[in-house]
Design a protein. Structure first.
Length: 342
């Protein structure tokens, strides 16, 4: 029997989480990440003739699936169910005969040729496209032709195996099998893209290491709120300084505001990350404050070709999927498709 490995980098949360980096389409409740104010853009960027086409641009987390046995190996899978429109192409004989099948037979299988073809058409890909996986922690980029990947389906842990229908499954591509569980972080700190060109900038991402900021920073860069101001933190990336302000309600952090300042002391962007309406979401620990190097959650830097720097990793969602935020008012956040059916 398989189960999804669960690893949230704080002891308080044990959530169903698949990061590479999967959305709850039926009852999605998203933790709020809003952009409130941006001024002059003086961010240093990598000059490149290439620029990604973000029309229908989709990025994905990798699902890490393992047996329930201790020290068991794990399979790496990417679900594309979030972007597939209509009834999923699960083979009809699986649905028809599911009551006569064992759980092992039901929970994981390779799609037949007609189902694979229909899945590819539904997500606007061809056998000539590739899968690009960028492991930003170790700066490793991997390209895999789709023609060499198995199209597979996994029964969602939140589905009832006694009443199976096409929507009971997460469908997508098998990336790897029988990997050691010690490789979890490798696949957890990675994102994936399907297409005919690599969209990723390499070797420009870094962990955000925070330290406490002085009291005058809070007064200078953060406005008053209905919540009580808590601690203030800061970090640095090239010519940018990041300031982060906690806001408390009844002693608990319910909101964090990020302000980014360039080397001309101009405010580049300001974003708010909130637990309002998250229904079980929580803030991830801050590296340098309440997390060590082995438990980094926030990452920043240049990630996509022709795009400004990004930052992400502040929130752990119970429902819905996380997003990658750009340090630029003109850019919308990129949702990381994660097939979260919790």
């Amino acid at each position: 029997m398989l189960r999804m490995i669960i690893k949230i980098k704080t002891a308080a949360a044990l959530l169903f989480f698949q990061l590479v980096i999967l959305s709850c389409q039926k009852e999605e409740k998203k933790t709020v990440a809003t952009e409130t104010k941006t001024t002059k853009d003086t961010i240093k960027t990598v000059k490149t003739e290439e620029k990604i086409d973000d029309t229908n641009f989709n990025i994905f987390s990798l699902s890490i699936i393992s047996s329930a046995e201790k020290e068991a190996d794990m399979n790496i899978f990417i679900s594309v169910s979030d972007i597939y429109k209509g009834v999923q192409p699960i083979p009809a004989d699986i649905i028809k005969n599911h009551k006569q099948m064992s759980f092992e037979e039901l929970q994981h299988f390779e799609l037949d040729a007609p189902s694979r073809k229909k899945m590819l058409k539904g997500i606007h890909l061809t056998e000539n496209d590739s899968l690009y996986i960028y492991e930003y922690e170790s700066n490793k980029l991997q390209r895999m032709p789709l023609s060499q990947l198995k199209a597979v389906a996994y029964l969602s842990p939140y589905s009832d195996s006694d009443e199976v229908d096409p929507e009971s499954y997460m469908m997508g591509f098998q990336v790897a099998t029988h990997r050691k569980t010690t490789d979890y972080d490798r696949y957890n700190n990675a994102i994936a893209y399907f297409g005919n060109k690599n969209p990723f900038v390499e070797n420009k991402m870094k962990a955000v290491k925070w330290q406490k900021a002085t009291a005058d920073i809070s007064k200078k860069y953060f406005t008053h709120s209905k919540f009580t101001q808590g601690k203030t933190y800061q970090s640095q990336y090239e010519n940018l300084t990041y300031y982060l302000q906690d806001y408390l309600e009844e002693g608990n952090t319910v909101e964090r505001r990020l302000v980014v300042i360039d080397d001309h002391k101009e405010k580049i962007t300001e974003k708010t990350f909130s637990l309002a309406g998250s229904d079980g979401g929580e803030f991830l620990p801050l590296y340098g404050i309440d997390a060590d190097e082995a438990n980094v959650s926030q990452w920043t830097g240049l990630l996509f070709k022709g795009k400004p720097p990004v930052i992400f990793g502040f929130l752990a969602q119970s429902f819905g999927c996380p997003s990658i935020s750009f340090l630029d008012k003109k850019e919308k956040d990129f949702l990381i498709n994660c097939d979260n059916r919790h």
